[in-house]
Design a protein around this ligand. Structure first.
Ligand code: ZN
Length: 102
């Protein structure tokens, strides 16, 4: 049932969907009943706080006017463009994984 409806995204009857949702609810309730000490490894740790994220220069896209991080901008004929305006390929992370988009 899981492979059919979730993995392969095939159609199922409303009764089958309801049964799957009931199973998911039961699984969630079971997880909530697990003592926190069994669910997680809890330890005290010394950590080093990372510094702030670096701030990079922005440039204005010559086409749409949006500010773009200069490192991510595409330079053509001495002008900067955002990726969509430059019609460059980019990577997108979605439910299917990392896909190259244009
Ligand atoms: Zn643009």
């Amino acid at each position: 049932m899981f492979n059919k409806l979730v993995v392969r995204r095939e159609e199922g009857s409303s009764e089958v969907y309801a049964k799957l949702m009931t199973l998911f609810a039961e699984m969630s309730a079971r997880e909530l009943s697990v003592p926190v000490e069994k669910m997680f490894l809890i330890e005290e740790k010394e950590i080093e706080i990372p510094s702030f994220a670096p701030v990079f220069e922005s440039v204005k896209c010559a086409e749409c006017g949006e500010n773009v991080m200069k490192l991510k901008a595409v330079e053509k004929n001495s002008q900067h463009y955002c990726i969509p305006c430059a019609k460059e390929a980019f990577y997108e992370l979605n439910g299917s994984g990392i896909l190259e988009r244009k």
